[in-house]
Design a protein around this ligand. Structure first.
Ligand SMILES: [Zn+2]
Ligand SMILES: [Zn+2]
Length: 212
């Protein structure tokens, strides 16, 4: 477990935190949310000297999923996630890409939909899948309890929560997801979020104004 490493590559005009999770012993790993800017991702993978085995997707928005189909085809690796409730977003990634100046975005048909209680592996480490709808209906969080580490996509941020003013968003559902599934986790659980700096569950439980 101690040999699991994590890297962040900000991608797209939205500065989305594409993440790399790999095993330093085997050099095998996963990329989470390759939304675009594939050259940046390829550079980071090469620098870390790792071999990508799979792509994981937290939710279907363009900045998280827009580059996944191209990267999966290029490397011949599978895509897992998000929850099937985001299928409508994945089918419209090309249109979303046009709207945001990301012309390379392609629709995505993941080989595996994820649901609450599923597990996924990254670099040989097992992560639980938490279905946390609200920012989008199919948003999932990846949690590794032994490492006290999570990747939360756009569900929760340092001092904030995900937007819910986009199609499929539901603020009440989002707050309910966070309160039911994330706030009960131990204080020490640190997380990477989709944009900006990460935080810990303890810090957000104490100070996040949206979770009072
Ligand atoms: Zn999003
Ligand atoms: Zn985002």
């Amino acid at each position: 477990m101690a040999s699991i490493k994590v890297g962040i590559v900000p991608v797209t005009p939205f500065q989305q935190n594409c993440s790399l999770v790999w095993n330093e012993d085997t050099k095998k790993g996963a990329v989470i949310d390759p939304g675009g800017d594939l050259p940046h991702i390829r550079d980071a993978v090469a620098k870390a000297g790792i071999r990508l085995e799979k792509i994981l997707i937290t939710h279907g928005h363009i900045d998280h999923a827009g580059g996944a189909a191209e990267l999966a085809a290029e490397l011949g690796i599978p895509v897992e996630g998000p929850h099937r409730a985001d299928q409508f977003l994945l089918e419209r990634l090309a249109e979303a890409g046009m709207a945001y100046g990301m012309d390379a975005a392609r629709p995505l048909d993941p080989g595996r939909w994820l649901d609450e209680g599923d597990t996924v592996s990254m670099g040989g480490a097992s992560f639980e899948v938490l279905h946390c709808p609200g920012h989008s209906p199919g948003s999932v969080v990846f949690l590794n309890r032994p490492l006290n580490f999570a990747i939360v996509g756009d569900v929760l941020f340092r001092g904030s929560v995900g937007r819910s003013d986009i199609p499929g968003g539901d603020h009440a559902a989002l707050i309910a997801s966070i309160k039911a599934k994330l706030l009960p986790l131990p204080d020490e659980v640190s997380f990477i979020c989709g944009h900006g700096p990460g935080s810990t569950i303890g810090e957000e439980r104490r100070s996040n104004p949206y979770l009072r």
